[in-house]
Design a protein around this ligand. Sequence first.
Ligand SMILES: Cc1cc2nc3c(=O)[nH]c(=O)nc-3n(C[C@H](O)[C@H](O)[C@H](O)COP(=O)(O)OP(=O)(O)OC[C@H]3O[C@@H](n4cnc5c(N)ncnc54)[C@H](O)[C@@H]3O)c2cc1C
Length: 619
Amino acid sequence: MELEALSVRQPVLPSLPSLTVQLLTVSVILLQRTIRHNSINTKRQIADQYDFLVVGSGTAGAIIAARLTENPDITVLVLEAGQQQTVTTDTPSWARQEVRTEVDWGYETTSQLPYSGRAFDGHVGLPRGLVVGGSHNLNYLVYSRGNPKDFDSWVEEFGTTGWSYQEVLPYFLRSENNTDPKINAINPAYHSTNGPVPVMTPKNPDPIISIFKEELMKRGIPEVDQNGPTQLGINYFQQTIYENATRATTASVFLEANDKKPNLQILTRAFVTRILFSETRDSDDRITAIGLEFEHNNQTRRVYAKREVILSAGSINTPQLLMLSGVGPAEHLSEFGIETLVNLPVGYNLKDHIFVQLDYEIFNESLITSGIDWTLENMYYNFVDFVGPLSQFPIVYMYFNSRMNNETDWPDLQIDFTVSPLVNDLEQIASRYGSVYRDQWRDYYRPHVGQRNRLGILCFHYRPHSTGRLYLNSSNPHDFPLMDTRYLTDQYDVDSMIEVISTALELASMPPFDQYVRLYRQPIPGCQLCPNGPIWKCRSYLECYARTVTTTVGHQVGTCKMGNTNDSVVDPRLRVRGVNRLRVIDGSIFPHITNGNTNAPIMMFAEYGSDMIRQDNGI
Ligand SMILES: Cc1cc2nc3c(=O)[nH]c(=O)nc-3n(C[C@H](O)[C@H](O)[C@H](O)COP(=O)(O)OP(=O)(O)OC[C@H]3O[C@@H](n4cnc5c(N)ncnc54)[C@H](O)[C@@H]3O)c2cc1C
C-alpha cells in the first residue's frame, strides 16, 4: 500500500470558528458535562434501610442498581468510594493517562521477582477505577466478549449450570446497542441495536494501524467480528463510545441517565469497611447479611438491607471486604485476629491477562489521527464535531494460535496495533519504572519524549496458566491487600509470551511495514541482545523482555470464583456460599478468565445477576 494513498484517507477536519467562539463553546460544554456528572450525587438524606445495598458503582454495580430500580417499588442505595466522573475520564484518547491519578486506587502487586516485573522493581501496577463507573473509566473501551468456548468450558469444568454461551448470549445482547451496520449485518444473531450501551467501530482509525490490518488481510488473515462465532482473525476493536465521541461507561449510561429516579440513591466518597451479619444462624447454620458499615465525611455509619447486599467492588476490593467481614479462608483470617464466620477460599484463583508493549517510531506523522494534546482546537473538534485526536482510541487486534495450542478455534495469542503518543515529560515517563534501572529508562525514552509518532505493538497471551492469590495485609480496611499475581511462573506462559513477541517483531520488520515503522534502536534496560541473528530469534532477549516489562491489561478476575465445586465462593446464582442475602456480582466471580477483555462479560454478569435477584425475590 502506498503511503500517498493512505494519506489521502486522513479525515478532513471541519473549519474552525474564531478563537473566542471556540473558547466560549468549549467552556459551556465543559460546564454542561461537569454538571451532568455531578448530578449523580444524591441530594436526599440517606435512609436507614433500603431493599438492596450495592457496594461499588463500577461496570457491574451501575447496571445492577439501574435494573433493580426499574421497579418503582424497589429502593436501592449504591455506596461508591470514588468521586464522580469527569471530562477527562470521558475522553477516549485519554484512557491511558488516568492511571496513578485520583481516579485510580493505585494498587500494585507484591514483588514478582525473579519471574516478572523487573522494570518495576518487582511491583507491577494494578490500576483500578476509584470513581463512579469504576474501572470502565480507566479502560481502553474495548468491547470483547471472549470465546464461546470460555463459557461452555466453565459449565463442564466448574459446574456453572446456566452459563453456557447460548444461555448467556441474551444477557450480552440486553446491554448492547451496536452502531456498526456492517457488524450487525454479518452476525445478526450475535448483536443487538436495542440495548443502552453504545458499541461502535472506530470511524477514523489512524492510517498506520489500517496499513497493518489491510496488509495482514492480504496475507490471508480473515477479517472477523470479535464478538461473533469465531475469533481467529483481525479487525478494529469494537469500543464503548457514544456517537458524540465520549466514553460510554455503565455509569454514564445507567446511572447518570437515571439520576431523577426517586428510588435510586448514589453516595460517592462512601467507603464500605464491613458487611454486617445477623448474630444468629439459621437452621442450616447459615449467617445472614443485614447491612453495611461505611465511612463518609469522616463519620462511620451503618445502613441496612431489607432484601439483599450485593458486592460489586471489583476483583480486589470485594474479596478484601469479605475477608475483613469474616468470610474467607479460616487459617488466613486467624492471622489477623478476624473471627471466621464462613470458611471459604476467598482470594484464591487470581487470574489476569499480561502483555508486553514493543515501541516503534512511525516515520510519517500524517499516518496518525489520534492523540492526547488538550489544545483548544482539539477540544473544540471533540466537543462540537465529535472528531479529532481526542475523540478516539482505535486499536487493531489479531488473534492467532501459538504452536502449543491445539484447540485452533480457541486462540491463545493476540497482537494489537495502536498509536501510543509519549507525554512531553521525561520524568513522568521514567516514574513508571522502578528505581533500579530508572536512569537507563530515561536514556531509552529521551530521544522520543513528547513524540506523537509512537506505534505500540502489544503482545498478549490470552489464555494464561499462571494463577495468583490475594491476601489481606492487615485487618485495617484502609491497608491495601496483597496481590501475588504470579505472572510468568508457569513455563507455558513464558513460552507463549516469547512466541507472541517473536512473531510481532518479525512481522513488523518485514516489507512493507519496515517502510512505515522502526523498532526503537536501543535494547530495553537490563536485557542483552544476542551477538548474531535477528532480534526475534534471540530467545534469551525475548524472555528477558517479557520478564522485565510484562504488565497487566487490567483484567484481574476470579478471586471469588463461581461454581458448583468445593473451591468456589459463589454458586451459579451468585450467592455467597453459607450466607443468606449476600451476592457477589463483579469481575471476581470468573471461574477462569475469558479469552477476551473482561468488561463486556462483567456487564453480562450484571444483567444476568439482576434477573436472578428479581426472580429469587419475586419482584
Ligand atoms: C487500565 C485498564 C484497561 C482496561 N481495558 C479494558 C478494555 O479495553 N476492555 C475491557 O473489556 N476491559 C478492560 N479493562 C478491565 C475492565 O475495565 C474491568 O474488568 C471492569 O471494569 C471491572 O468491573 P467491576 O465491576 O468488576 O469493577 P470496577 O469497575 O472496578 O468497579 C468497582 C467499584 O467499586 C468501588 N469500590 C471498591 N471498593 C469499595 C468500597 N470498599 N466501598 C465503596 N466502593 C468501593 C470502586 O471505586 C469502583 O468504582 C481494563 C482495566 C484497566 C484497569
